[in-house]
Design a protein around this ligand. Structure first.
Ligand code: N2P
Length: 618
């Protein structure tokens, strides 16, 4: 340190420039992504790659989007409740440790602050476990409890630091002059520590409104907060509307933190008022400009389904027909669905597990038997998709979509013929390959490449598949199960492993995209609608499932999403281009080389472990 100080004294002008340059680069590195996001929120063009001129349209769109408004309202309610509870509790705790001396005080104070450094994911998982253990239904209350749990420590640190110098003799003097303890608190103590309390409150508010990780664990349906909504929208591709919402959230948070910072620095309350009010105004503006908050629905269906599996217009049709509201949450892997249902109290009425996940959920008693009398349109489903071994007699599920896993590529960039999984290992395409972010699918490709079943539990074959996937890593640009077709369309990758429906849609946008099911064979999936055991409205769940099996609804679902429909009554209603597209409806010789993924019981742990090794690159 002394050396550095001496060095600083002799610093040449050149060193100053160098230091400035390094600092500039460091800040650029920190803020460039944010700058890009903010800039793109003003981009008239939908594509992030091209600048189409300046516009504020995306802000207007975001501010009138009902899903965004209702999630913003939830976020504000959660943040206000969290702020009140956490700030009061933290202030009381800080005053208590300030006034009283007790044994192990230092240790206990440090103990309060541990949540500020504990990994967020650990806090999130432990809260979820706690709520499940005490049987608390996930929703608004659990979010507030969890937010209080992780913000109260920050609030404590802020208040504690500021009141360290607070002179207790003032309180004594007030009491001596006859003030009651309550009067003393409100007339003497609170005014003295008020800036600290406000700083803590603003910090708590900002932390709560921004939180994604903890909230994603403990939010039930109907309690989607703004960060969850943004993430869910990202799953169907990043739109400039999301950039606009993110920018507003960013600016509002920055203003609130600035206010908290000013107060903490001991600035006058007035100095902090402007940024605080401006931050809150940004968050509240959409309600004022549109003149309304979202109305409360009467009856609600909570749907948890794969992304890119149902169009908003289909849901709107169901809502209009029954006068109900549909809440949708999306996922991109069976494992995510299983985790959510296994944790309990998720609150979904309808879910969409694939074949092998139906098997897992059934074994754990997590599905409710279906009432056939409420499913009159089941007869529309092709019998070839019924009574499969994962759910004999379809007692708990009905097929919704089926499809294939394959490779799509851009033929203007990939000149060689692609008909084998080997293409995804070709070093020629280094950095231009995308793989599904899915253990069973990635291992499926590696196993098929060597001619094995994708359901093998032979450890030797699995270790070899892991090694193949590790060998492939330098070629892989991304693991993505969400919008893999967009990444291909954007030109970022030239070849992608993925599911047929989204590729079939991409082919419409770019005729140079080709979809193949490799000759070695691949996955056949049958994804099904089912009702979780703890569904709140099983009757509405049945109504929805039956609705999706009506011929014209099933046709609309297939035509909009392009996954393969098991509904034979829908087939004649499909546009011929969809019906005849082999990417949507694979010909029999392709189907013949497909294999259903099965639940492998104990061996699942091995797949998980090896997949983690692949992803972490060991
Ligand atoms: C939809 C993914 C298809 C599901 N995004 C594959 N089982």
């Amino acid at each position: 340190m002394a050396g550095a100080g001496a060095g600083a004294g002799r610093r040449s002008p050149g060193a100053g420039v160098l230091l400035g340059g390094v600092a500039f680069l460091a800040y650029l590195f920190l803020y460039a992504p944010i700058a890009v996001l903010v800039a793109l929120s003003f981009n008239r063009s939908r594509l992030s790659a091209a600048w189409g001129g300046f516009t504020l349209d995306w802000y207007a769109k975001a501010a009138t989007n009902p899903a965004i408004l209702s999630s913003l309202r939830n976020s504000l309610l959660v943040a206000v409740a969290t702020t009140l509870v956490a700030t009061v509790a933290a202030t009381a705790a800080a005053l208590a440790v300030h006034r009283h001396r007790f044994r192990r005080q230092g240790f206990l104070e440090a103990f309060i602050t541990i949540p500020t450094v504990a990994p967020e994911i650990v806090l999130a998982a432990s809260m979820l476990l706690l709520f499940a253990a005490v049987g608390l239904q996930l929703g608004f209350l659990t979010i507030v409890l969890a937010h209080v749990g992780f913000t109260v420590s920050y609030a404590f640190v802020v208040v504690r630091a500021r009141i360290a110098g607070f002179d207790g003799s003032l309180e004594e003097a007030a009491m001596d002059l006859g003030a009651s303890p309550l009067q003393t608190f409100f007339k003497v103590t609170l005014p003295a520590i008020f800036p600290a309390v406000m700083a803590a409150a603003l910090l708590v508010f900002a932390l709560s409104i921004d939180d994604y990780v903890v909230t994603s664990f403990v939010a039930g349906v109907g309690a989607t907060t703004l960060p969850l909504q943004i993430y869910s929208m990202v799953k169907s591709g990043i739109s400039p509307e999301i950039n606009a919402v993110s920018t507003m959230l960013l600016v509002a948070t920055a203003l609130l933190l600035l206010a908290a910072f000013l107060l903490e620095q001991g600035r006058a309350l007035r100095a902090a008022t402007l940024p605080a009010v401006a931050g809150l105004a940004i968050l509240g503006a959409p309600f004022v400009t549109t003149g309304r908050g979202p109305e409360a629905p009467s009856r609600t269906l909570n749907l948890f389904i794969w992304s890119n599996y149902i169009a908003p217009e289909t849901l709107a049709r169901f809502e209009a027909r029954l006068g109900v509201k549909v809440n949708v949450d999306l996922y991109d892997s069976n494992e995510a669905l299983l985790a959510k249902l296994q944790a309990g109290n998720a609150g979904y009425d309808v879910v969409c597990p694939s074949d092998y996940s139906v098997q897992v959920l059934l074994a754990q008693g997590l599905l409710r038997p279906l009432d056939r009398s409420r499913l009159p349109h089941l007869g529309n489903v092709d019998p070839g998709f019924l009574d499969r071994s994962y759910d004999p007699g379809n007692a708990h599920s009905v097929p919704y979509f089926w499809g294939t896993t394959g490779i799509a590529y851009d033929r203007t960039k990939v000149k060689a013929r692609v008909d084998s999984w080997a293409a995804l290992w070709n070093p020629l395409y280094r950095g231009r390959v995308l793989m599904l972010d899915d253990a069973r699918e990635a291992f499926g490709a590696a196993l098929k490449l060597r001619g094995h079943s994708l359901n093998t539990t032979d450890e030797r074959l699995l270790l070899a598949a892991r090694d193949d996937l590790l060998r492939q890593k330098p070629i892989v640009r991304a693991y993505n199960s969400t919008n893999f077709e967009d990444v291909l369309l954007s030109g970022d990758v030239w070849l992608a492993q993925g599911w047929n429906g989204q590729f079939a849609k991409a082919m419409d946008q770019n005729p140079n995209i080709v979809y193949v099911v490799p000759k070695e064979g691949s996955t056949l999936f049958i994804d099904n609608l089912a009702v979780p055991r703890d569904a709140a409205d099983p009757e509405l769940a049945h109504a929805f499932i039956d609705f999706t099996m009506e011929a014209d609804v099933a046709a609309e679902i297939c035509a909009t999403m392009r996954y393969s429909s098991p509904n034979r009554a829908a087939w004649p209603l499909l546009p011929p281009a969809v019906r005849r597209n082999p990417a949507v409806f694979p010909p029999p010789d392709v189907v013949e080389r497909l294999e259903l993924i099965r639940d492998l019981g104990e061996a699942t742990v091995l797949y998980d472990r090896l997949w983690t090794e692949v992803k972490s690159g060991r």
